[in-house]
Design a protein around this ligand. Sequence first.
Ligand code: PXL
Length: 279
Amino acid sequence: MKKILTVQDISCIGKCSLTVALPIMSAMGVETAILPTAVLSTHTMFSGFTFCDLTNEIAPITRHWKEQGFSFEAIGTGYLGSFEQIDKVAEIFDIFGEGAIKVVDPVMGDNGKLYPAFDMAFAKKMATLCSKADIIIPNLTEACFMLDIPYVENEYSREYIEDILRRLTALGCKKAVVTGVSFDGALLGCMGYDSETGEFFEDYNQRIEQKYHGTGDIFSSVFIGSLVRGMDIKSASALAADFVCDSIIATQTDETPIDYGVHFEKVIPSLCERLKELK
Ligand code: PXL
């Protein structure tokens, strides 16, 4: 069975990072190895969260894996909490990266703002990890911070996003997908670029104004799962974007809405249906 290694925190409540990656990737029929970088009571958008840093566990765990001869078809990274963790993840790419698709989701912010724990120096550091990846999947906010350009909301052209994608791949990765792209009020989606073929692609769904937490992590989970299931980057992006959109719709129609995360659990069956078309 194909195996993904996903490296990010466990936020015990809040439907993000490993608590979404593990169920989604497993449902996609791929073995999911986890490397938790920290344990938090909730994600950092709740006040008063607890935080147990697991940075010191990374080297012993990966050393043991190396001794056991484990390997992965893909390595995906998400929320990382410190410069040191970024360095450690770069080492994981060195140790286990050969033959694996390395995907970095540079989780740092959204809607034009960095999350409270991060600053510009962190964004620059994250850009160095992106240079070691095969594919990066920032949202528009994260892309702008890593490139140190102003974040523009809505009023931009397709050429503007193409320029951002070219600059992202110039960091060193071959392919980039930017999420949260919208040229009009009605649609929201992603645009991607393969620097080896010079090809751009895009995919949009209906725009839903309500913002939910953890949707980037859900996109990332389906995206990486799809790549390992043999889909190309364009189809993987489209399936991931559809799943996020369906999850948001499933959350909105819920009678007991919650103020965090989306009900991705409800649309896992339809994701599995779509995967049946693949062998
Ligand atoms: O969904 C991204 C994410 C993951 N993990 C933690 C977070 C966030 C976003 O705020 O705080 C701990």
